[in-house]
Design a protein around this ligand. Sequence first.
Ligand code: ZN
Ligand code: ZN
Length: 230
Amino acid sequence: MKIYYDLHIHSALSPCGDNDMTPNNIVNMAMLNELDMIAVTDHNSCKNCVAAVEIGQAVGLTVVPGMELTTSEDIHVVCYFPDVDAAKAFDEKVAETLLPVANEPEIFGHQYIMDKDDEITGELETLLIGSCDISIMEVTEFVKSFGGACIPAHVNRESYSIISVLGEIVPECNFKFIEVSKSGNPLDYAYPSFSSSDAHYLENISERINSIELPEKSAKALIDYINGRC
Ligand SMILES: [Zn+2]
Ligand SMILES: [Zn+2]
């Protein structure tokens, strides 16, 4: 079946994510845009996925729990998980390796954790935009060991992308897909690609434009597709 997606969206948990990026607002905007599947991918944390997945379930929108991981080389990699439990386990491991720098909300922005009613239940103190002690060379296998899949983010951008840091999409990293942001041309690369919004504001969430063919509308089907099992 044809699935219209936006698989790179930041919530108010990302310091750079607008405070209006609440779990309900994200899901409602995706529904308004007639998307079938979205992923919430905050910097180095999965903590707002729990609420977003639950809200999505109630309205028939598939919300894939995800994260935009910053590798030790300062490369952004978008990671997807089959369910909230896998995402939570991954989140715990990443939190252990994240640089222990405190967030300064007045400079970087707030890092709000929210529940399914958009109530703020906490604020993360460790700055989420630092790097983790996980290398780009090991990230694919590391994410797979949690049942997930990952792709290098916005490869066409001049910062925090695999090409800007390493000069190429290194084959040994074993990526099957890449993400090319709207300003890039997918035909410039020898990899099949996703095109997602990287939205930090509600109005930037994708319209019903980009699609993939999956056997079913589920996080698991997406992960199998990325890992090349279907
Ligand atoms: Zn990024
Ligand atoms: Zn992003």
